[in-house]
Design a binder for this molecule. Structure first.
Ligand SMILES: [Zn+2]
Ligand SMILES: [Zn+2]
Length: 256
């Protein structure tokens, strides 16, 4: 299986997975990069997986469906470019010979879903849209901090080797904030250096892994004493009232 992050817009990635013949894509906000990649590699598009309703994730769906006949999968209870097959927690999708599991991960949007699959002789794959980013998490547009925290905790329990395919290249700005929260985390310092080198060469910092995120992502680490200490310095009242996760998210919202 080949995994390609197709850059789109300013900082989106449309993930394309293929076996040399058939392909699936995740969150095609734009059809053009996908059509070009399909043509370049001589691939047939079998499926389109959508994580949530935002336009930068759905904008290319109709054109791709019409030009390839691919089946589109997306969340229940979100506005989608019809017709699609609605999927939710516990559903399994069969594409490219893979069994792709659906998780409900509300928070960024109310109906946000993620797709997870194991791959023979390779690390598992997680397509998590705008829920989990490397070093950060999505903004709370529709869900609550509690929902997002539960969604992230769920993803953090996946096997450590799982490749985390996020929908945006937000890593460097997330790491800047992560280091403000946790300046003495050696793994975080080293990861920032690696990611800066990748971005200097215009390479993606993704996919990340669950194991790495557990060590560097402050939003997966809100039970760590050092992080709670930093959050208390930011706003002790909010920490006492809303808890560490919600206060950390508020801090990130206003961090420059
Ligand atoms: Zn979004
Ligand atoms: Zn997005």
């Amino acid at each position: 299986m080949k995994l390609l992050p197709l850059p789109a817009f300013d900082d989106n990635y449309i993930w394309l997975l293929h076996d040399g013949h058939k392909a699936l894509v995740v969150d095609p906000g734009d059809a053009q990069p996908v059509l070009q990649a399909l043509q370049h590699h001589g691939l047939l598009l079998q499926g389109i997986l959508v994580t949530h309703h935002h336009g930068d994730h759905t904008g290319g769906v109709s054109v791709l469906r019409e030009s390839t006949g691919a089946t589109v999968f997306g969340p229940v209870n979100e506005t989608m470019p019809e017709p699609i097959q609605r999927v939710s927690e516990g559903d399994t999708i069969n594409l490219l010979g893979l069994e792709i599991k659906v998780f409900d991960v509300p928070g960024h949007t109310a109906g946000h879903i993620a797709y997870y699959c194991t791959v023979d002789h390779e690390s598992p794959l997680l397509f998590c849209g705008d829920t989990l980013f490397s070093g950060g998490c999505g903004r709370l547009f529709e869900g609550t901090a509690q929902q997002m925290q539960a969604s992230l905790a769920r993803l953090a329990q996946l096997p450590g080797a799982t490749r985390v395919c996020c929908a945006h290249e937000y890593t460097l700005s997330n790491l800047k904030f992560a280091l403000a929260v946790e300046p003495d985390n050696p793994r975080l310092v080293a990861y920032q250096t690696n990611c800066q080198a990748l971005r200097m060469q215009n390479q993606p910092t993704l996919p990340s892994t669950i194991e790495l995120e557990r060590q560097i992502n402050p939003f997966l680490r809100t039970t760590e004493a050092t992080i709670i200490g930093s959050v208390a310095q930011f706003d002790a009242t909010a920490l006492a009232r809303d808890g560490a996760f919600a206060t950390l998210r508020q801090w990130k919202n206003q961090y420059r």
